[in-house]
Design a protein around this ligand. Structure first.
Ligand code: CA
Length: 231
């Protein structure tokens, strides 16, 4: 059911934020409003929302960065995100979707349209709830709570870094991640490792996945992505 869903609104325009809060609340949702990217990350850490409405243009940590960080963490990767973007530039929207947005709405928008998108997104993602600690793609399964990896039902041993890298890739199948993005997501922001280090870890993961190693594809000049194997 749609009622009593916890929705986080991240919007630095105060009037718009309040307008959204009002309309979401009268639609039966519980709405929390924050005005910064840092506020969004803190709010998610305190109470996981069922959906985030995320303005792209925020001071300091922008919406793309917030989404990238949330999608990189297996605990928050499953939270659906609808971006609000002021720009109609296609490039911006594509960047947003790459960062893991489930949908986006271009400003100015009608509140009615946004509410319809919210309900559609909640319906689409409802069936996934309750299994957010399990990432599964083809023959590969990761249990992020137990730090367990299985291929074709058999456990494989991954180092912590390999596990995090694979989880980061599996949190967004078909999404291309740059080496730099993988470093900051899987190893930690501000940690200095060369991009070559990522290549070495990826090679090790591919080897451990055996015949399924080809699910991890190199995207020349960009980075890596994981794809669902063809049946
Ligand atoms: Ca803004």
């Amino acid at each position: 059911m749609q009622e009593n869903r916890h929705i986080l609104v991240v919007e630095d325009e105060l009037d718009l934020a309040e307008l959204l809060r009002y309309n979401l609340n009268i639609s039966g949702h519980n709405t929390e409003v924050v005005h910064t990217g840092q506020g969004a990350l803190s709010a998610v850490a305190q109470k996981q929302p069922d959906l985030i409405i995320l303005d792209v243009m925020l001071p300091e940590i922008d919406g793309i960065e917030v989404a990238t960080r949330l999608k990189a963490d297996p605990n928050t990767a499953g939270i659906p995100i609808i971006f609000l973007t002021a720009k109609s530039a296609d490039e911006d929207q594509i960047r947003g979707l790459d960062a893991g947005a489930d949908d986006y709405v271009t400003k100015p928008f009608s509140v009615k349209v946004l509410l319809a998108r919210v309900d559609a997104t909640l319906r689409r993602t409802a069936k996934d709830s309750g299994s957010s600690n399990i990432l599964e793609l083809g023959a590969v399964m990761l249990d992020t709570d137990r730090h367990e990896a299985k291929v074709d039902g058999s456990s494989i041993r991954l180092t912590l870094t390999e596990f995090r890298l694979l989880a980061t890739l599996m949190a967004g199948p078909n999404r291309v991640l740059s080496r730099r993005g993988l470093i900051s997501n899987a190893i930690g922001p501000g940690i200095t490792v060369t991009e070559r280090t990522i290549d070495v870890h990826i090679a090790a993961i591919r080897k451990k996945l055996g015949e399924h190693g080809s699910m991890i594809q190199t995207v020349r000049g960009v980075g890596y992505r994981i794809v669902e194997p063809e049946a």
